[in-house]
Design a protein around this ligand. Structure first.
Ligand SMILES: Nc1ncnc2c1ncn2[C@@H]1O[C@H](COP(=O)(O)OP(=O)(O)OP(=O)(O)O)[C@@H](O)[C@H]1O
Length: 295
């Protein structure tokens, strides 16, 4: 790892580890004049990973946008000691990076140029990129194994390829707080593991604070030391993964029948097939008619 590796940025002191990197109090947000978030209280310790879970439309993206200062909200928000809506855009962007679910990609830029955009808040006005900026970008490309994609036009990348490039842009930003919105939704299982492990190693190495909205409850539980469950724009459970993820709660909130297995890395959530599934279905494995196979 080079000296300019983003993971090596500004190690946190022990005191830093106990202060919240991110906090909101009685947060209310409306989209198109419709109330979406109803009084969210959240305090996230610096250097921790909080997984934000909840059904479609429960308000995860809206909460991430509000925390990043990208949309108006009433109530207090503090990120690394300042209110993002009152701070300048450069200051916010030097502290918070957001990896959106639906990235907007400018026409005609290569993947490498897109990743370089992550350095913008660190470059002086009217200034140019330094050798260090280039080293950071190359280091991120290296860690996410993006060499083969770097020269490609970003709009031609597959959904999963683009998702990794957009994460690279967020990491090149060297944030103290990383907000991830469904960071692995388009990735195969190998790349999911690569991306989540990389973010987790950066969290451990440099005290990066991670808040990640995730639909995969098992990954959310294995990487997050804390789960915050949203439903209808309210926090309905907040705690350690094994406290939040019970089969009863998943059924109540998601309407899903699951089995929750206790695994060494945390709970694993296994969806169960619907009642009657697999009984007498054409070609279903293990299909057996009464009496069939009897000696
Ligand atoms: N720009 C907008 N205008 C109007 N309504 C919006 C807007 N953005 C979000 N909403 C609504 O706000 C609610 C919360 O949406 P949000 O995207 O925050 O949910 P989510 O939990 O991230 O959902 P998903 O898991 O499907 O991504 C939804 O009912 C959504 O339709």
């Amino acid at each position: 790892m080079s000296r300019t590796d983003p993971a090596r940025r500004a190690p946190e002191s022990p005191a830093d580890r106990h202060r919240p990197a991110l906090a909101c109090r009685d947060l209310h947000v409306a989209r198109d004049r419709t109330p979406v978030l109803h009084g969210i209280d959240l305090s996230v310790r610096a250097g921790s990973w909080v997984s934000l879970v909840g059904p479609n439309g429960s308000g995860k993206t809206t909460l991430l946008f509000a925390l990043a200062g990208l949309i108006p909200a009433s109530g207090g928000i503090e990120v690394d000691g300042f209110a993002p809506r009152r701070a300048g855009r450069r200051r916010v962007a030097r502290t918070v990076a957001m990896m959106p679910q639906r990235p907007v990609v400018p026409e005609g830029v290569t993947a490498r140029e897109l990743i370089h955009l992550g350095r913008t808040p660190h470059i002086a006005r009217f200034g140019t990129e330094s050798a260090r900026d280039h080293e950071i970008v190359e280091s991120v490309i290296d860690r996410l194994d993006l060499h083969e994609l770097a020269a490609r036009t970003a709009t031609t990348l597959s959904g999963g390829e683009l998702q990794r490039v957009v994460l690279a842009r967020a990491l090149a930003q060297e944030p103290r707080v990383l907000l991830l919105d469904e960071p692995t939704s388009a990735l195969d299982i190998g790349h999911q593991q690569q991306v989540l492990d990389l973010v987790d190693s950066m969290r451990r190495e440099s005290g990066l604070t991670v808040v990640a909205a995730m639909h995969d409850l098992t990954s959310a539980a294995h990487y997050g030391e804390r789960l915050v469950l949203l439903d209808g724009g309210r926090v309905v459970a907040d705690g350690r993964p094994e406290e939040v993820l019970t089969a009863e709660r998943v059924e109540q909130v998601y309407g899903a029948r699951v089995e929750v297995l206790a695994r060494p890395d945390g709970p694993a959530v296994l969806p169960l097939r619907g009642a009657g599934a697999g009984l007498g279905e054409e070609g279903a494995p293990g299909r057996a008619e009464p009496g069939e196979g009897a000696p």
